[in-house]
Write a protein that binds this ligand. Structure first.
Ligand code: ADP
Ligand code: MG
Length: 315
């Protein structure tokens, strides 16, 4: 391990995957930092070209366009992310479900026009959803979509996966003190020189039920927050989130924000989304059963509450 205590700190921010993608790390000199940052962003762009549901030419959309019932061989990135998603779908009884694309798209339109999706369209979309309609063959690395016109959406896990990959590439290039973030999905390796960790602010609740920003320090950990972001639509005084319950097709109205701390960003990102759908009670049960560090900010009542899973160690 080189003595990196004299290395300089570098910071980059690029628009990637529809969000600001931050890199902060220590490198021996500016030219190394530049070179490594470029390799990292190239990898993120490569992943976006595979995972994007916006881009018609993404590998994901190519897969969806194939006739149903036929095994399709996919890249190892696409296979891995679908496999991880399917595992979580099974663990959460479909609270997390990447086949929810039809419902997610309806709500996107709804956000644009600030009106509820039509009831009949919601029903049709919901029927098209179901993680059991995806079959995987790990040996042949193939994906079979069992129903016609399925629309997969990796929005609840892809940023986490990209953040993990970004950190892997930093490590591969000798960078051991780094912070990577794609909006609410962060991952840290070693701490900044002469510091206990990377400074992050998260929303906490004081004794009077008021929200305040609490500073924490992270190292060798991922942290993701989902739910109650700026991404919602308000209709007749009700807020509908961009996270939907795949079983009902309705945008979440439960006004909770879920933070997960985990070793990897893929895990933190996807679990935060899943627990948002599960809600406070089932979400905490799930966290407990999987030994997850989870914080739930409950804003459903006038007096906000902050709930921690027993595994929570940050304070
Ligand atoms: P953010 O994008 O704000 O970080 P999330 O990580 O929670 O938030 O991901 C939300 C995205 O995940 C949605 O925009 C949509 O693409 C997708 N999604 C919504 N509901 C679900 C769900 N129940 N299961 C899996 N993915 C979902
Ligand atoms: Mg997520």
């Amino acid at each position: 391990m080189p003595d990196d205590s004299t290395w300089q700190r570098f910071e980059y921010v690029n628009p990637e995957m529809g969000v600001k993608f931050h890199l902060k790390f220590y490198a021996p000199n500016p030219s190394t930092a530049e070179r490594v940052a470029r390799v990292v962003y190239n990898r993120v762009e490569e992943l976006n070209a595979i995972f994007s549901d916006y881009s018609p030419s993404s590998e994901l959309n190519h897969l969806c366009a194939k006739p149903p019932g036929k095994p399709v061989r996919v890249s190892s990135d696409l296979f891995k992310i679908i496999q991880r998603s399917q595992q979580l779908a099974r663990w959460t009884d479909g609270a997390f479900d990447i086949t929810a694309g039809p419902s997610v798209r309806l709500w996107r339109q709804s956000r644009k026009h600030a009106e509820m999706p039509a009831v009949n369209l919601l029903a049709i979309a919901t029927k098209r959803v179901g993680f059991w309609k995806i079959q995987l063959n790990p040996r042949k690395r193939t994906v079979t979509l069992l129903a016609p016109n399925m629309e997969l959406d990796l929005g609840g896990i892809a940023k986490g996966y990209a953040v993990d990959e970004a950190m892997r590439i930093l490590k591969q290039n000798g960078i051991r003190r780094a912070f990577v973030a794609a909006s609410g999905d962060m991952l840290t390796s070693g701490p900044p020189v002469s510091s206990e960790g990377w400074r992050v602010e998260i929303r906490a609740v004081d004794e009077f039920g008021n929200i305040y920003p609490r500073t924490i320090h992270l190292k060798h950990q991922a942290l993701s927050t989902s739910g109650d972001t700026e991404q919602f639509v308000e209709i007749n005084g009700r807020r509908y989130s961009h996270i939907i319950d795949p079983r009902t097709g309705i945008g979440l109205t439960n006004r909770i924000a879920v933070t997960v701390v985990a070793p990897s960003s893929t895990v933190a990102d996807s679990r935060a989304t899943a627990i948002s759908v599960l809600g406070v009670k089932k979400g905490m049960d799930y966290a407990n059963s999987k030994n997850l560090q989870v914080l739930i900010l409950n804003m459903s009542n006038k007096k906000h509450r902050l709930l921690k899973s027993p595994q929570w160690k940050l304070w």
